[in-house]
Design a protein around this ligand. Structure first.
Ligand SMILES: [Zn+2]
Length: 205
């Protein structure tokens, strides 16, 4: 019998990026990529998923990363534009910044889930992926987490490039609105009114 070359991850035996992606997921990536479900199975838009995936990989262009890439340029101010008191890094911007912490506290309070303060985004997302609770709160938590990361990045960019500041309360309200838009058609939330989406989620879970 004659030997033939064929791509093993597609029944057609032809290579495709899609089959490569699913092949990697099935082979071993689920074990080495513990936040796979958190990112790719959460109810949110693809642009948010891709952004959070890039953040988890450490590929977001925060000031410390840009400064390493452009050592001949002094980036001023090299401070976090949310709190103005620390160097901006992925872990600081999304987690340890006092401004961001306020928003995480709000998510924790409304979902009714407590967590230990993580020191790195990777640790936090792995910890978040392992948190289990009832389905309704789980959906709100995962969608809220991704929406909050996206909102913090948007706020950071808006402050730098448009010189527009929002308060943490305004960001929290817009985050809840985005979560509501993403989840309002889900079967777990049938009958939820906009008052509920804007109210304290813990009252309805
Ligand atoms: Zn900060």
């Amino acid at each position: 019998m004659e030997d033939k070359r064929g791509w093993g991850w597609d029944p057609s035996k032809f290579f495709s990026v899609k089959s490569f992606f699913y092949g990697l997921c099935l082979e071993n990536s689920l074990a080495t990529f513990p936040v796979y479900n958190l990112i790719w199975k959460s109810v949110t838009s693809m642009k948010v998923r891709v952004f959070v995936w890039m953040a988890w990989l450490g590929k977001i262009n925060t000031t410390d990363v840009l400064q390493r890439r452009l050592p001949h340029i002094t980036l001023l101010p090299s401070r976090c534009c949310l709190c103005f008191s620390h160097m901006e890094s992925i872990d600081h911007l999304f987690l340890t910044c006092s401004f961001s912490c306020r928003l995480w506290e709000e998510l924790s309070r409304e979902i009714g889930i407590e967590w230990q303060n993580p020191q790195s985004l990777r640790t936090w997302m792995e910890q978040a992926a392992a948190i289990s609770c009832d389905n309704k709160r789980n959906l709100l938590f995962k969608a809220g987490l991704l929406a909050l990361l996206w909102a913090l990045w948007g706020e950071r960019n808006q402050r730098i490039f448009k010189e527009i500041d929002n308060t943490w309360q305004e960001i929290w309200e817009s985050t809840k609105r985005n979560v509501g838009l993403a989840l309002h058609g889900h079967k777990e939330f049938v009958g939820w009114s906009w008052q509920q989406w804007h109210g304290n989620w813990s009252d309805f879970c």
